[in-house]
Design a protein around this ligand. Sequence first.
Ligand SMILES: [Zn+2]
Length: 327
Amino acid sequence: MKKYLLFLLLLTLFISSCNKEENFVNDFDDQNDQWGDYDDEGDYEDDDDYNDDGGQASEGALTLYRVDENVISKIKDYPVNSDLKNLQEDIGTHFKMWDFVSRLIPIQYRDKISEFEVFHGGGELLGYVLPPNGEDLSKWRFGLAIDAIEGDLGDIDFTNLFTYVAIHEYGHVLTLNDDQVNTGGGACNTYFTGEGCSNENSYINKLYELGWADLENDPDLEDPFALYDKHTDRFVSSYAATNPGEDIAEVFSFFVTMPERPTGNKISDQKINLLYNFPELVDLREDIRGSGGPVLNLRAGSWMENPLAKKFKLCNRKGCNHQSTSK
Ligand SMILES: [Zn+2]
């Protein structure tokens, strides 16, 4: 039996189907008992005073910070079990995590990030983003798992899974914010992201037109494993087959970390080259690659070989599958 390299699990806001009530839906919908609770209670919808989502905000949530450019300040600690108390009190590590993000993503590209959450992913969740003020897509919460940290967060090392997670999650903010997606309602003739209607020239709509529109009637559209197996040449990673939102976050991660633009003509190559059509993304790419001093081991996909990646599971809409190694 063919095995896949399933290398990560990322919790994001992305949804592939329209749902009028939920502003935050992770990758694992209600079919998945383990994570279904995230979606059911609307915990994120009236969060603007920061006090009413209590301990229900997300499982493993430790501390929420307000972001003011490079500086974070605590909004609140979430109620946690005693076994997570030490991690919650380890503020030094929380600040190192944010410092790492602030070095990796230059400040001029972070104006949409208004909150930073540190959580414990239980060896399963690595990161997520969501718009804390509902339909206001100009502000985003950026969540990273404290148990996904490798090393001392000193150098920016692209073989480091934590680095990868930060880039991937940033890719969501980049492609789903208010400059890209319109929540005004009305008919949508472009890709509907779950939060709103993507702009005609948005990154995600262009990616959708390139590599998803003709899959609309594919019977495996909701089964990323089957979709990837059938259309491997379309995706930069198996996780990218989850949905267009995950796809563009993955494509963005490869776009940033690949030393040269692809020369092949596979759709996965075309997706990466698509991002080169946007001058502002070329600038962003260069700025991330030049961030934070020495950039080590800058090689696309190198995080897949990271032993830590095997610790995590990949979940999809059918549930979670344990990591398997490539054959
Ligand atoms: Zn993601």
